[in-house]
Design a protein. Structure first.
Length: 461
């Protein structure tokens, strides 16, 4: 808990959706932030006699929720948005890998800034990036991404990716864009040892994250899992995203993706997979049995025509599920708060129809569910005393939402709500929809310049 001498911020007169185990909500309540922790949350006004109150916020007309948690992304793709817009996954990868293979440290830093800025401005307080493209001689890409997150002031997990199966080995990436098995493992271990913080209030963590079965050797999958468990960090990869991937796994490994993952040590409560669109009952049962998590990316799955993930069945079976933006070359908006709505709507097109998801389940996916799959449910994902002060105030009394009586329904079913304030670790990073920690206009300019530079380099071959 925060020390008694901690500076306090008092937030009052707002609706509150705590997303705790009982889905406790208050029509008009208060939050007290003490240092980087939530000290109290409840109905009515804050307790009298609080010391060291440095700020009081009258949040009338607002909904307070936990900060949103993004569980899957590829930041570098911010500078390749709007390309290959009518492709399925494999054709999209073939079209874009020659461009991605030419990124460098300056490009990666600018792209990370752009990706982080638009998410943070839209209520994300914990972000993650699955970065797996490390072209030869491209500089300190991992360090540049971590630096961008630290400057933004958001909580962050870098899933240090890798690829060692290039075109010459039957994979998709160009030969100069992959690492050797030994090089990938060594660089990943170095990144973990240099940047991973295992403390309760960590702002930066690192996971081990080979890219996918069709760009990674079995040795890298197996050795990567062993490395992660030796270092005590989490594991992340892509899984069961398309029917083509399932066919690939059967042809190459003689089994489907889930069985292949289990054979290489890639099922467990320390693992989360992106997408998991094509899962049968046996696959879902294996994930539930092992508590393997899922990053559901509804917009990207639709953009690439991958299909509709069986999220209602996963949740019913006890599979931890969070939401992901995915890379912005397959979700050009790059915003997680719109995924609340898209997850609900797209899943209602599936077998469960109108009973697939409701507004509160969608909000849980984007908050507590995300905290679960990142292994941080004890620290973030719900508004409870003792948890970290990652809080968002959504303005719900404007034209777009004011006539919807239930604020959670308004947030999920309605238009993207404005963020009046967002706090990460007790520090405010957004005020009235603008970032306080960085210059948004400068980031817009730099991302455009780097996108143009990358396009020129690619065109020159």
């Amino acid at each position: 808990m925060a020390p008694s001498a901690a500076q306090r911020i008092v937030i009052e007169n707002c609706a509150i959706a705590t997303v705790d185990a009982g889905d406790t909500e208050y029509a008009s309540g208060h939050l007290v932030l003490a240092g980087n922790r939530i000290e109290s949350v409840g109905a009515g006004k804050a307790p009298e006699g609080l010391e060291n109150v440095v700020r009081r916020i009258d949040a009338s007309g607002h909904l307070a929720t936990p900060g949103l948690v993004n569980t899957h992304h590829h930041f570098y793709q911010w500078i390749t948005r709007g390309l290959a817009t009518d492709h399925n996954l494999f054709n999209w990868l073939v079209a874009l890998y020659p461009t991605w293979a030419r990124i460098d440290e300056q490009m990666t830093y600018a792209a990370a800034q752009g990706s982080l800025a638009v998410m943070a401005r839209g209520g994300v307080t914990t972000a993650m990036d699955h970065h797996y493209v490390y072209p030869h001689g491209s500089g300190d890409l991992s360090g540049s991404i971590i630096r961008a997150a630290a400057e933004m002031g958001v909580r962050f997990t870098l899933a240090r990716g890798s690829m060692d199966r290039s075109k010459k080995d039957g994979g998709l990436p160009p030969d100069f864009a992959v690492e050797t098995l030994e090089g990938a493992l060594s660089a990943t271990e170095e990144t973990v040892r240099k940047h991973h913080d295992a403390s309760f209030d960590a702002m930066t963590q690192v996971a081990v994250a080979p890219c996918s079965p069709f760009s990674v050797s079995t040795e890298l999958m197996r050795d990567g899992a062993q490395l992660a468990r030796r270092l005590g960090v989490r594991l992340h990869t892509h899984g069961s995203e398309t029917v083509e991937e399932e066919k690939f796994c059967h042809e190459l490994f003689g089994m489907g993706p889930t069985d292949y993952f289990e054979s290489t040590g890639w099922l467990g409560e320390d693992v989360w997979m992106a997408h998991c669109v094509h899962m049968n009952d046996s696959d879902i049962a294996a994930f539930a049995r092992t508590k393997t998590g899922v990053a559901h990316c509804p917009s990207s799955n639709a953009r690439l025509a991958a299909g509709i993930a069986r999220v209602p069945d996963m949740l019913k079976s006890g599979v931890p599920v969070g939401l992901g933006v995915d890379g912005t070359a397959s979700n050009e908006s790059g915003e997680l708060h719109t995924e609340l709505r898209n997850a609900l709507l797209i899943n209602r097109l599936g077998a469960h129809r109108e009973a697939a998801l409701n507004a509160r389940q969608a909000l849980r996916l984007g908050t507590y569910g995300g905290a679960q799959v990142l292994g941080r449910a004890e620290q973030i994902g719900s508004l409870e005393p003792g948890k970290l002060a990652d809080v968002v105030l959504w303005k719900m009394d404007t034209l777009a939402h004011a006539s919807i009586a239930d604020p959670v329904t308004a947030l999920v079913f309605g238009a993207a709500a404005p963020v009046t304030a967002s706090f990460v670790n007790g520090e405010q990073v957004v005020e009235n929809g603008r970032l306080l920690t960085v210059d948004e206009d400068a980031i817009a300019r730099s991302t455009r310049e780097e996108a143009q530079r990358l396009a020129r380099i690619t065109a020159q071959g």
